[in-house]
Ligand binder design. Structure first.
Ligand SMILES: *Cc1c(COP(=O)(O)O)cnc(C)c1O
Length: 322
C-alpha cells in the first residue's frame, strides 16, 4: 500500500481538529477580474506559525510515543518546516533542535527560537544544514525528521486539501507551490479520492527548479537554489513526494522571482493579505496560465506569510508590467 492514502489524511484531520481551526478560503472579485478566473484563495498564511506546514508538524508529534517525544526531534529547514516542528514540539513538550542555513530569514529564526527550539545556523544551503542535522541526530539520539520523506507530514498537510475540496467540490484546478513537494503530493492524494476531475498543478521558481526538473525527468535531481522565495528552495527532489506527484499531478510550471514579486503585490492590494514569496507562487502561475484557465474555478494556496525583510520592502515598490 502507498505510504500516504486518503485514509491517512482523514486520520490526520481527526488528530488536528482539536488543535487547528479550518483556515479561511475567500474569493475576491477584483482578483477574479485581474486573472480572468474564479479564484479561491486558501489562506494558510494565517496559521499560527504563518504557514501550512504546522499541519504536518502537529500530526507527526501527535503520533509519536511518549518515549520518542521525551528524546526529541531534530530537522533541517529554510524556515517554515522549522517553525512547524518548533510549534508542535512546544505543544507536546518535546525537545526540538533546528538546523537552518546560515542565511535563513531572520524572522523565521526569531519565531522558532521564541517557540523554545534550539536553533543552529549551519551551512550555505539546505544540504549543508541537513548534514549537520544528521550528525546531531546520531550524537544526541534525536529523531531525525526529513522535511520531504516523512509520511506523517504529507498526511498532515493533506488536510488543507480536504478543506478546499469540501468547501468547493466542483473546482477545476488547484495550484500548489512546491519545495520538497509534500503539499503537492498530498493534494494529488486528496484530489484523486474526492474530486478526480480537479487538476492539481504544481509551481516552483525557475531560480530553484529542483522539484520541477525531478518531476519532469522522473528521478530525483539536484539543482542550484537562487530564488529568494525560501520555501521553494530545497535544492533537490525528495523520493516520496516525487513518487506521489508522478501518480497524478496534471502539470508543473516554473515562474520567475519577478512574477512571484508581482503576485505578492497583487495579493496585498487585491486580497489584502501578506504572502511570502512561496505563498504567492500559485497566483504567479495562475497569471502565467491565464489563457488556459480562463473562466475556470481555481484554488490557489497562499501557503505562507513569513515575508523576509527584502520582500516586505518590495511590497511598496511600483508595479512592473508582468
Ligand atoms: C515549505 C513551503 C512551501 C513548499 O511546500 P513543500 O511541501 O515543501 O513542497 C510552499 N510555501 C511555503 C510558504 C512553504 O513554507
Amino acid at each position: 500500500m502507498e505510504a500516504v492514502t486518503i485514509n491517512h489524511v482523514m486520520q490526520a484531520r481527526r488528530s488536528l481538529a482539536p488543535r487547528l481551526p479550518v483556515t479561511p478560503m475567500w474569493s475576491y472579485p477584483a482578483l477574479n477580474a485581474e486573472t480572468g478566473a474564479s479564484v479561491q484563495v486558501k489562506h494558510e498564511n494565517v496559521q499560527p506559525v504563518g504557514a501550512f506546514k504546522v499541519r504536518g508538524g502537529l500530526h507527526l508529534l501527535a503520533g509519536m510515543t511518549d518515549a520518542e517525544r521525551a528524546r526529541g526531534v531534530v530537522t533541517y529547514s529554510t524556515g517554515n518546516h522549522a517553525q512547524s516542528l518548533a510549534y508542535a514540539s512546544a505543544a507536546f513538550d518535546a525537545p526540538c533542535v533546528l538546523v537552518m542555513p546560515a542565511g535563513a530569514n531572520p524572522a523565521k529564526v526569531r519565531a522558532a527560537r521564541a517557540l523554545g527550539a534550539e536553533v543552529l545556523l549551519h551551512g550555505a544551503d539546505l544540504a549543508g544544514a541537513q548534514q549537520e542535522a544528521e550528525r546531531i541526530a546520531a550524537s544526541r539520539e534525536l529523531r531525525l525528521v526529513s522535511p520531504g520523506e516523512t509520511p506523517e507530514l504529507i498526511a498532515g498537510v493533506g488536510t488543507a486539501y480536504l478543506e478546499i475540496l469540501e468547501a468547493v467540490p466542483d473546482l477545476d484546478a488547484m495550484i500548489v507551490p512546491v519545495g520538497s513537494g509534500t503539499g503537492a503530493a498530498a493534494a494529488v492524494v486528496v484530489a484523486r479520492a474526492l474530486a478526480p476531475g480537479c487538476r492539481v498543478i504544481a509551481v516552483q521558481s525557475s531560480a530553484s527548479p529542483a522539484a520541477h526538473d525531478s518531476w519532469r525527468a522522473g528521478r530525483c535531481l539536484r539543482r542550484p537554489d537562487r530564488t529568494s522565495a525560501e520555501g521553494l528552495a530545497t535544492g533537490r527532489g525528495f523520493e516520496l513526494p516525487q513518487r506521489l506527484m508522478r501518480s497524478g499531478l496534471a502539470d508543473f510550471r516554473l515562474v520567475s522571482d519577478e512574477a512571484i514579486g508581482a503576485a505578492q503585490r497583487l495579493l496585498a492590494s487585491h486580497a489584502h493579505t501578506l504572502a511570502e514569496g512561496a505563498g504567492a507562487a500559485a497566483l504567479a502561475a495562475l497569471l502565467a496560465m491565464r489563457a488556459e484557465l480562463a473562466g475556470q474555478t481555481v484554488a490557489i494556496v497562499c501557503s505562507g506569510g513569513n515575508a523576509n525583510p527584502a520582500e516586505l520592502a518590495a511590497l511598496g515598490a511600483p508595479a512592473t508590467p508582468a
